[in-house]
Write a protein that binds this ligand. Structure first.
Ligand code: NDP
Length: 234
């Protein structure tokens, strides 16, 4: 079975690992990118998820090449860390716009074809920080916690049409996003992780790939942690 899979932010980091996992199992995979070039072998569509017109155009391009999107992975995300006292309206809104509103935009657009086909998989990439919080990440945590309520609402709305909607909540993962943190902060965070290491992007991809598989057909509205135990109990 070769499905039409669309991964936002699939040009690098966790998103690219997710895209490669689907590619390896024979799916037709499209990814968004904003600048530079799309990764070799994948269909790249230029798209900033904060722009509804670009989202619509990207879906039209994917549909033209691969058919309606059957598996959507809303992975694109940003951080703009700052303590509350110094957090500007702009930094708060920019993170909500990309992480939460961006997922709303792509899920809404993808659901159109999924409703028509009466099947589909929507997977949102949240974070361990969503439920446990993190100093300096109030905007990011709010956006990622918002994804939980958003996705669970979709699970209820779309379940009768055989569309499953789930969240994957990674812990600190070895990508550019984690590399941007000061070394001492990373070391302190790793101390708090029961498995005492960062996740590899492929470990996040494995959970996403499973949630999109036939074996996961009866899983919806779940929040699946892939965090080395970091957010246990949250
Ligand atoms: P990276 O910073 O390595 O990659 C971010 C990806 O998101 C890039 O592909 C980037 O595209 C894309 N992106 C960001 N903003 C937009 C936008 N407005 N429109 C389209 N694409 C956009 O991060 P990761 O791979 O680490 O993160 C992927 C997801 O996983 C994010 O949602 C992140 O919040 C989440 N996550 C990451 C963790 C970590 O420790 N790394 C932990 C928990 C969750 P471009 O190349 O064009 O910039």
């Amino acid at each position: 079975m070769s499905r039409s899979v669309f991964v936002t932010g699939g040009n690098r980091g966790i998103g690219l690992a997710i895209a490669r996992a689907f590619e390896a199992s024979g799916d037709k995979v499209a990814v968004t990118y904003r600048s530079g070039e799309a990764p070799a072998g994948l269909l790249g569509v230029q798209c900033d998820v904060t722009d509804p017109a670009q989202v619509d155009a990207a879906f039209a391009a994917v549909e033209a090449q691969h058919g309606p999107v059957e598996v959507l992975v809303a992975n694109a995300g940003v951080t703009r860390d700052q303590l509350l006292m110094r957090m500007s309206e702009e930094d708060f809104m920019a993170v909500l716009d990309a992480n939460l509103m961006g997922t709303f935009r792509v899920a809404k657009r993808a659901s159109r074809g999924m409703l028509r086909r009466r099947s589909g998989r929507i997977i949102a990439i949240s974070s361990a920080v969503a439920l446990r919080g993190e100093a300096g990440q109030s905007n990011y945590a709010a956006s990622k916690a918002g994804l939980v309520g958003f996705t669970r609402s979709l699970a209820r709305e779309l379940g009768s049409r055989n569309i499953t909607c789930n969240v994957v909540a990674p812990g600190l993962t070895d990508t550019a996003m984690a590399a941007a943190l000061p070394e001492e902060r990373t070391a302190a965070m790793v101390e708090q992780i029961p498995l005492r290491r960062l996740a590899q992007p492929e470990e996040i991809a494995a959970a996403v790939h499973f949630l999109a598989s036939d074996a996961a057909a009866y899983i919806t509205g779940a929040v699946v942690p892939v965090d080395g135990g970091a957010a246990m109990g949250h």
